[in-house]
Design a binder for this molecule. Structure first.
Ligand code: SF4
Length: 694
């Protein structure tokens, strides 16, 4: 465990950012007379080093925002119109307890769906610890599957390397070629850039692979813009060139992999000309990058979640790992793939979440299939929905259908929130929840190897309560006598940290409280697969029997997107449709902060970017309002014409709230409620649209 100074000046409280971001910043809140007056990054934290981001620098302001929810509310109007009256906690919890109790008695526990999003990631209040899991287990509710984020890529990685976690992002400093694949690092995880810069100072070549020329692509040495969803074909094409250039690590391939002979034969189909036709890239560009990869070790790939939100998303991560296996990079310090570091923290999730409290197995419901589930399930139907840390009326696929489904008259909906969002408009009861400066939590990051303690720095605003306290009170109100449902926050954390996992050697609740953060105990230098891969064979699996048993392709290959894949030839023939991709905003976090006036002003109105050729062929001008549509829905946006978007693609930014945009539709109205190839993930970037003047 790393050692650092532990004493803070009076009036300073250590905490951690709870948001859906790989960086997991440690922060310090300055408190004056019981009131938080300043928030800054903790300069002692080795990964985040005192820098917050554009969004969270305004977090304290946001805790005091005039639209913060401060009291429980009960709906008075029709679902969707946003009319509520203030009620007491006693009335609100009484109403909820009565309805959940009735539904459980009449339809069974599975008629209740606890629907949790990534609004906070913490082990107590957020999704990584399944906040409320003990209560849901006792009630026997349907099991919520948080499929919205990384599911397809995680599953694909498990087929190939046996786990979805791999290299330490800090080790990018030791890399000599870095592929930033489908990631706008400077917006969605900017602390990694320090390690990329360190590598570059030692001569590393930085390549951004993205259909868009992002701010990260601007800072890279090279930008490559394939058509959305064709990344697996590109990875296989690069592997083809590496093999033909003599860059394959034959010792690694013979001793550490299975399926190499078959896979190497299949690579012959991915010659650069074929891959150029699939990806819309120049053949020479693929050959040049393949040659560079063949002669440069170690290579690190940063692959993030946007890359896998299409019909072939799981296979995409399999193919990217295959490239790293061909080069033997998994055996090298500074080599391999960084997708997520979730799971290196060896806390005792079983003791925290207590699955033993569930008497019978329950059905599992994909959060990205909300409209289907609300419309179609009848054995039993979903009668009660408890939504927390989530804004599905904005963030789910096919939001037009989601809004209709949330309007179902017999559906009872509770929304636990910090602000009145598009989703709270459909609630029967709204409960106000605390923000990060007002409650305790423990966090790990999914982009580094640290764990952090978040101490409360202020009293809760208004009548807000932490999720943990809301669930304790609800359990009591439902007369549930299981003692584990009344465990205090300290007791819950003690259960989480009661682990003999070596990653936590020397890390206790006391040391976390004292120091604020700790680095997990993992071997140094950290080469995750030095002793083999946690696959059934113990080797990297080009061919996976587990995949075959799951009716997936046994051999790593290319699975095209369902909608977005069109050949370069089709584009040249003037295909009218465009592949819409919605990127992360620099100023919003998913749909959070979209109601913050300052950040909203910086973001500007909903905008769609088109390449000048695509705008010209549609007789559209920069700055005019356009309508983006398909059979599922439509939205209005301002047109931005520039060459940041490659031909054949329309680019927009996710997170805008419909209620704040005059009800002009929502980006996700156009996205299908359809699953990725693996893991049941969403297909946000597998979405064909047409664009015309509004
Ligand atoms: S959102 Fe990410 S970069 Fe911003 S403060 Fe939170 S963890 Fe740090």
């Amino acid at each position: 465990m790393s050692v650092k100074s532990t004493k803070l000046p009076d009036g300073e409280v250590r905490g951690a950012c709870p948001l859906d971001c790989p960086d997991g910043c440690a922060w310090i809140v300055h408190v004056d007379d019981g009131r938080p007056v300043a928030l800054r990054g903790n300069p002692d934290h080795p990964y985040t080093r005192g820098a917050l981001c554009a969004k969270v620098s305004r977090y304290l302001e946001h805790t005091r925002a005039p639209d913060r929810l401060l009291h429980p509310l009960r709906r008075t109007g029709v679902k969707g119109d946003g009319s509520f009256e203030r009620v007491s906690w006693d009335e609100a919890l009484g109403t909820i307890a009565e309805r959940l109790g009735e539904d459980r008695a009449r339809f069974g526990g599975e008629s209740i769906w606890p629907f949790q999003g990534t609004g906070t990631l913490g082990y107590l209040q957020g999704i990584v610890g399944g906040s409320g899991a003990r209560l849901w287990n006792v009630l026997g509710t349907s099991e919520h599957v948080p499929s919205i984020c990384a599911a397809a890529g995680s599953e694909g990685l498990r087929y190939a390397i046996g786990t979805d976690r791999a290299m330490d992002p800090e080790d990018f400093a030791a890399s000599r070629i870095i592929l930033l694949w489908g990631t706008n690092t400077l917006t969605t995880g900017h602390h990694l850039w320090k390690f990329i810069s360190a590598a570059r100072q030692e001569g590393a070549h930085i390549v951004a692979i993205d259909p868009l020329r992002t701010r990260t692509a601007d800072r890279a040495d090279q930008h490559i813009a394939p058509l959305p969803g064709t990344d697996a074909a590109l990875a296989l094409g690069l592997a083809h060139v590496v093999v033909h250039e003599g860059g394959a690590d034959t010792a690694f391939l013979e001793c550490k992999t299975v399926g190499w002979p078959e896979f190497s034969q299949s690579l012959e189909r991915f010659h650069p000309a074929a891959v150029a036709a699939i990806t819309g890239l120049e053949e020479e560009l693929i050959i040049d990058l393949g040659r560079r990869i063949a002669r440069t070790r170690p290579m690190a790939v940063r692959a993030t979640m946007g890359l896998q939100r299409h019909a072939g998303g799981g296979m995409t991560l399999r193919a990217i790992t295959a490239l790293c296996a061909v080069t033997g990079d998994f055996a090298l310090h500074g080599g391999g793939v960084a997708y997520s570091t979730s799971g290196y923290f060896g806390g005792n999730r079983t003791a925290l979440m207590r699955p033993d409290l569930r008497r019978l197995p329950a059905r599992k419901l994909l959060m990205t299939r909300l409209a289907d589930a609300l419309d179609d399930l009848d054995d039993p139907p979903i009668r009660s929905l408890v939504i927390f840390g989530a804004n599905p009326a904005v963030s789910n696929p096919d939001t037009a259908r989601v809004r209709r489904a949330l309007s179902r008259p017999d559906l009872f909906t509770v929304v636990i929130e910090q602000f009145a969002t598009d989703t709270t408009r459909y609630a029967d009861i709204v409960l106000p929840s605390t923000m990060q400066t007002e409650h305790v939590d423990v966090h790990d990051g999914y982009g580094h190897l640290y764990v952090a303690y978040n101490a409360p720095a202020a009293e809760p605003a208004g009548e807000c309560l932490p999720h943990t306290e809301i669930f304790r009170r609800l359990a009591a109100r439902m007369h549930l006598e299981e003692p584990a449902l009344q465990a205090s926050d300290d007791e819950l954390l003690a259960d989480l940290l009661a682990s003999d996992d070596p990653s936590l050697d020397g890390i206790t609740l006391e040391t976390l409280r004292r120091d604020g953060w700790a680095k997990l105990n993992l071997p140094r230098p950290f080469i995750p697969f030095a002793d083999g891969f946690p696959t059934p064979s113990g080797r990297f699996e080009f061919a996976s029997e587990v995949a075959a048993a799951g009716r997936q392709p046994r051999l790593i290959g290319y699975t095209p997107p369902a909608e977005a894949a069109r050949s370069a030839a089709a584009l040249a023939d003037g295909d009218e449709q465009l592949a819409l991709i919605a990127t992360a905003s620099h100023f919003f976090m998913n749909s959070m902060f979209a109601n913050h006036p300052g950040l909203r002003a910086k973001q500007g109105p909903p905008t769609v970017g088109l390449h000048p050729l695509d705008a010209a062929s549609r007789h559209l001008d920069d700055g005019q309002d356009i309508e983006v549509r398909n059979a599922r829905g439509s939205f209005i946006a301002r047109l931005a014409v520039d060459d940041r978007t490659r031909p054949g693609v329309a680019m927009t930014t996710k997170g805008f709230w419909r209620a704040l945009d005059g009800g002009a539709g929502s980006i996700n109205d156009t996205v299908p409620e359809r699953d990725t190839d693996l893991g049941g993930g969403p297909v946000y970037h597998d979405n064909l649209v047409t664009v015309e003047a509004a």
